[in-house]
Design a protein. Sequence first.
Length: 170
Amino acid sequence: MILVLMGVTGSGKTTVGKLLAAETGWRFADADDFHSEANRAKMHANIPLTDEDRQPWLATLHQLLLGWYEGGTSGILGCSALKQSYREVLTPQIPPLNIRFILLDVSRKLLQERLRGRKNHYMNPELLQSQLDTLEVTPDLTRVSAEGPPEKIVQGILEKLLVVEGKTTV
């Protein structure tokens, strides 16, 4: 099983992903670690990335996920994956039953509070609005409230994953 924890900046992808990985014993990767220096510099300078900027990054992430799938490794990727087209780049050759996108839902107010508290992060908090504008919420996403303590969010994710049509999926 591969999970992609997705959402805008400040939604908790890294914090929740690391805790979820510790709980499940699965691998964790943070998509931010795969951005080029040029992409990081743009985001730090308050310049939103274009789809063209994201293509090599998404291709690299697809190879990571495909490697997990082909190697029989369960993993968790913390990745914004804001557009359906980005999610489609991540999934080729991975059967839909083996990959789930978990949208971490957070109110704008809480996102702003979290971003104000961040130190030494390359993502400029002023880009929040561009991310909210870009986010495409589709019916295939598993939505989980990410407004409580991280441990509670992890439990919410596990509960949603455990029952799909009465079957255990994790």
